[in-house]
Design a protein around this ligand. Sequence first.
Ligand code: NI
Length: 172
Amino acid sequence: MSIRPLVIIPDSKLRLTSEPVKDITDEIRRLADDMLDTMYDAPGVGLAAIQIGVPVRMVTMDVSKTDDERQPLVLINPEILWTSEERRVYEEGCLSIPEYYEEVERPDRVRFRYMNLQGETVEQDADGLMATCVQHEIDHLNGVLFIDYLSKLKRDRVMTKFKKAAKREAGA
Ligand code: NI
């Protein structure tokens, strides 16, 4: 188990479409462990594999409120099956866009399907923070970021800020 470095915008890896997981191998189990470690360390409520640079369709989540009652979820090949017409606004953030938060409107409730680490197919309903988180993380598997839902002005502003920071870090 280890904490892995996070991929931050404007890294183009974040725009990749991730590949489905075919078999639950030791490598996949190790990846799940590392994703959970990295997510809890950040700390964050959700992480997609591509955020640590691995382009496979895997997500970890924990929307429980307290540290002593962890409810880790590992979603393999997750898919949204249904979304409600009612929508809700949540202030979202992303471990790949550190310290940036904006309100995003999404469907309020979702039904989703995934495979767990035991290889069982699970169907689950979610609302509130969990519904937002599932949609946000599945977006990552398709190369979509929450800033894509903002106005072009806001998106350009945050991209410029992070591009400058990346340049500074590269010593350019
Ligand atoms: Ni994110």
